[in-house]
Design a protein around this ligand. Structure first.
Ligand code: SAT
Ligand code: MN
Length: 616
């Protein structure tokens, strides 16, 4: 229950000036302008406090839009069920509204700013009638940190406010930073479901029309119609990737779709920090919480989804996870696959679209080996194992604070300006061609590897490359500007970093033999690959040069205690010339869509690869 002394800053719209917890005129006039447009009933200035959490959760439980889970099993935890047509990010409704179309590039939906504003204005006009407008001040990264950025989100969704409490640092200190002149990103979100006087609310209000719009030139996000995940928690993909990637281009830093881990050699106590970009469903969360199967290494978590990188005064690259929590996919997360994630969500967790057990806890496919005999499914219906449908939605989620992870690294709190980065990994899900691990020849080659990240769309076998789904830098839906300009920016960063640039590696846990069998066991055994990578970083191993990069020399990969045949090992690193040349053709076609924006260095890397293949 709310503590007696807690009086949230809830006010009539007319009181904005006197009630605001800041005198900053830019903030006040922004909130006032939005309020005039969306016409809310009340304004609530959020402070991220425990009392605010108590108030909003109890209001939502009373309204039936959150279910309190069994307190003795999962304290302070809640279940939300979304509308069946509002269950994921909507990429076809996501727009980059730069003045020039070429600045959005061929991989984004583009709309001219004035055209989009003309569409959004009538939708937002009166959109918050009968609702509360919440103003959320949030920091991406520790307040005061060298890489940190600030933002405000306006929303009419208390569910979004509660998730933002976990996913970002919500604190009035942000207003102090803004008052001191720090730049800030303006984000506006409405579920698009105004309430007429006396009209009853639904438990998950949303609108069938959805728009997720980014205005990179004015650092604004406008999101309409959805209450789910990345559509509504605007700190995440909208700000921390799409808008931040543009800020990074303008200001000389990088916003990336990467996990971040600290790896300690327990013999020498030397520590390394590693960031890795993988397309979705390639095991990013598992690597972020890796349990090494070989002795001598300890892996700790710094982030699971987003990393910001900036050159420090000593010339090295420093990395932060700008977020404050995990918004993880529930199905497939279990004691077997990711016990760390399971421990992390012991309490203080919001679950969305998972199933409810008879004892008031949560369940999803893959959580336990045994399936409960009866559940309430994600849509609130009775469910039994023979219902013939899944109990939890495939994109159901848990929202939980990063600090609850038992593997969280101390630097998550003690290094507000980031950790120095030693290695960057690029991965995909490739049955063919791509080896278990390869070190890039240099930064430029590494950028080529990042730009050509792909997963096989169709069944493919050794020596026969399938159709490729390209996901450059795992940023395809998240790059806020022209992808080719983004590659140029990476190349420029490399030139600026020079000898301080972290080393780049390509990894692939998913290579298969001709019968479609995985050649590598993956999961904790990937620690063997991390071991080689870090010994390469420290100069202990040299590897051997192959057409596609530098791979472990015989005997360099630690295979102690692992049952793997010599033929499997050979196939994990085999370079099939014809298949690789076929892939080069596909890469050339892929690059062609970027026209003269394609950096010449990437064309040169493609030619280098071809000539290495020809002379191999
Ligand atoms: O919904 S989110 O964008 O936050 C997560 C995802 O879809 O990757
Ligand atoms: Mn992601």
């Amino acid at each position: 229950m709310p503590t007696a002394e807690f009086t949230p800053l809830v006010h009539a719209v007319a009181d904005i000036e006197t009630a605001a917890p800041t005198a900053d005129t830019a903030v006040i006039s922004w909130v006032k302008g939005i309020a005039e447009l969306v016409k809310p009933e009340k304004i609530f200035w959020c402070d991220g406090s425990e009392a605010e959490w108590q108030l909003l959760t109890s209001e939502m439980v009373a309204a039936g839009s959150l279910i309190q889970l069994n307190k003795s099993i999962r304290p302070n935890s809640f279940l939300a069920r979304s509308s069946a047509d509002d269950v994921a990010r909507v990429e076809d409704r996501t727009f980059i509204c730069s003045t020039k179309e070429e600045d959005a590039g061929p991989t984004n939906n583009w709309c001219a700013p004035e055209e989009m504003i003309a569409k959004l204005e009538p939708l937002f006009n009166g959109a918050m009638q009968g609702r509360t407008l919440y103003v959320i001040p949030f920091a991406m990264g520790p307040v005061g940190g060298a890489i940190t950025q600030y933002g405000l989100q306006i929303t009419d969704s208390p569910y979004a406010v509660l998730n933002m409490h976990i996913m970002a640092r919500v604190t009035p200190d942000v207003l102090r930073e803004i008052e001191a002149g720090k730049q800030w990103v303006r984000t506006v979100h409405s579920v698009g479901a105004p309430l007429a006087p006396g009209e009853a609310d639904s438990t998950w209000p949303c609108n069938s029309e959805k728009y997720i719009c980014h205005f990179p030139e004015t650092l604004e996000v406008w999101s309409f119609g959805s209450g789910y995940g990345g559509n509504a928690l605007l700190s995440k993909k909208c700000f921390a990737l799409r808008i931040a990637s543009v800020m990074g281009r303008n200001e000389g830093w990088l916003a990336e779709h990467m996990l971040l881990i600290k790896v300690t050699n327990t013999d020498t106590n030397k520590t390394y920090n590693v960031a890795a970009a993988f397309p979705s469903a390639c095991g990013k969360t598992n690597l972020a919480m890796l349990h090494p199967t070989i002795p001598g290494w300890k892996v700790e978590t710094l982030g699971d989804d987003i990393v910001w990188l900036r050159q420090g005064e000593d010339g090295r690259v420093y990395a932060i996870n700008p977020e404050h929590g995990f918004f993880g996919v529930a199905p497939g997360t279990g004691e077997e696959t990711n016990p760390t994630a399971m421990e992390t969500m012991w309490g203080n967790t919001i679950f969305t679209n998972v199933a409810l057990t008879d004892d008031g806890d949560v369940w999803w496919e893959g959580k336990t080996a045994e399936t409960p005999a009866h559940l309430i499914d994600w849509q609130g219906k009775d469910w039994t194992p023979d219902s013939g449908r899944v109990a939890a939605h495939p994109n159901s989620r848990f929202t939980v604070a990063a600090i609850q992870a038992p593997t969280i690294a101390a630097e998550y709190t003690t290094a507000p300006s980031g950790v120095p980065l030693d290695a960057i990994l690029f991965g995909g899900r490739r049955a063919t061609n791509v080896p278990l691990v390869a070190k890039a020849y240099d930064w430029q080659h590494g950028v080529f590897i990042g730009a050509t990240i792909s997963s096989e769309k169709t069944a493919a076998q050794e020596g026969n490359v399938g159709e490729l789904r390209r996901d450059p830098f795992a940023m395809l839906p998240f790059c806020g500007y022209n992808m080719a300009d983004y590659w140029s920016h990476w190349l420029e960063m490399g030139a600026k970093l020079g000898e301080h640039a972290p080393q780049i590696f390509q990894v692939n846990w998913f290579r298969k033999d001709a019968d479609g069998r995985f050649l590598w066991p993956g999961f904790g055994e990937n620690s063997r690959v991390i071991d080689w990578i870090l010994r390469a970083v420290s100069g202990e191993v040299a590897g051997v040069e192959k057409a596609n990069g530098i791979v472990p020399a015989p005997g360099e990969l630690n295979l102690d205690g692992l049952e793997i045949s010599d033929t499997d090992l050979e196939q994990l690193f085999a370079v099939d010339k014809d298949s690789w040349l076929a892939e080069c053709e596909m890469t050339e076609e892929y690059f062609a869509q970027f026209g003269d924006k394609l950096p010449a260095q990437l064309g040169a890397e493609l030619q280098n690869l071809r000539s290495r293949l020809q002379t191999a």
